[in-house]
Design a binder for this molecule. Structure first.
Ligand SMILES: [Mn+2]
Length: 311
């Protein structure tokens, strides 16, 4: 049984599918159960609708081995993680998050890999598994999106070499990139309009931040998956080093997303609020209202940006 993190992105989904294909290529059965449903705009990643959603009737059987992909912390699996706390069993974990806690019994952790999808491509080679178009597409979209379309600093020669091999194996780069960028729901665009209107600047424009409430999401018929990509976009504004999104997760919790341009280590910053992630992209959840979270986090962010001190 393969699973990945809540609010799955394309690396999570592509890697879960990729892991299932690799397991099957080695002659075993595999299935995928996630805590959260796949956002409809990512349906193209799972053309055979293989991914199931955890519920009272869909849950891991006792004799199923568990492989967790693209997850650095058991809490990131959400309700399924709680299920595993009640029904303990050994885990294998394939991941590239620098902040991975090593929670699994068997770990394949390669933090220098641009995406978990790349680690799976390496595994396919090591295991002499020939990559068919479905596996190629799953791993390609994982790498394409976790590198911001081969733009982020995690894009290296191996990334593009493996991407090229995946194209030779049947991944269609134009189709996958277009599916990822197109079909933007109108509500998402309107919500983005609000973000562009309401962001605030600190530290002489080196920090940009914006808050988002559940009411705002609801007003535009959006869910949290519709927010993806916004914080990267505003990070790209001239002079911005650090972008922070404060999103109300529920009545008690605020989700933080950090994105940095150059010298701020987001995973260390997120770690101060019990979160984690990568150097240039990380997140955390704070048990407080949005306003209170801004009050807690902003001074620390300003200090880090102005002094360059990471700890
Ligand atoms: Mn990833």
């Amino acid at each position: 049984m393969v699973t990945t993190h809540v609010n799955p992105d394309c690396d999570a989904l592509g890697s879960a599918l990729g892991m299932a294909y690799l397991i099957e290529a080695r002659g075993k059965k595999a299935r995928i159960i996630n805590t959260d449903p796949t956002p409809s705009r990512f349906d193209f990643v799972d053309p055979d609708s293989r991914i199931e959603v955890y519920s009272d009737t869909v849950f891991p059987a006792e004799d199923e081995a568990v492989v967790v992909v693209d997850v650095g912390d058991l809490r990131r699996i959400g309700k399924l993680g709680e299920f595993f706390l009640e029904h303990p069993r050994p885990f294998a974990c394939v991941d590239h998050h620098k902040s991975n806690t090593g929670f699994a019994q068997v770990n394949i952790l390669q933090p220098e890999a641009c995406a978990t999808g790349l680690i799976l491509a390496r595994l396919a080679k090591e295991w002499n598994i020939s990559i068919d178009p479905k596996l190629a597409s799953a791993l390609y979209i994982a790498m394409y999106t976790d590198t911001g379309g081969f733009r982020f600093p995690n894009t290296d020669a191996e990334t593009l070499r493996v991407a090229s091999e995946l194209i030779e194996a049947g991944a269609d780069p134009s189709y996958l990139a277009t599916e990822f960028s197109d079909n933007m729901p109108l509500g998402r665009v309107r919500l983005f309009g609000e973000i562009l209107e309401n962001f605030k600047l600190e530290a002489e424009g080196k920090i940009i931040y914006v808050t988002l409430t559940l009411d705002q999401l609801e007003k535009h018929g959006c869910d949290r998956s519709d927010v993806e990509g916004f914080v990267e976009y505003i990070r790209g504004i001239e002079g911005v080093e650090l972008a922070i999104l404060f999103r109300q997760a529920d009545q008690q919790n605020t989700k933080l997303s950090f994105r940095s341009g150059d010298y701020v280590d987001c995973s260390l910053l997120a770690g101060k609020f019990h979160g984690g992630g990568h150097y240039h992209a990380a997140g955390a959840t704070v048990f407080a209202s949005v306003e209170e979270t801004v009050r807690q986090v902003l001074p620390e962010a300003i200090r880090v940006v102005e002094t360059g001190a990471q700890t």
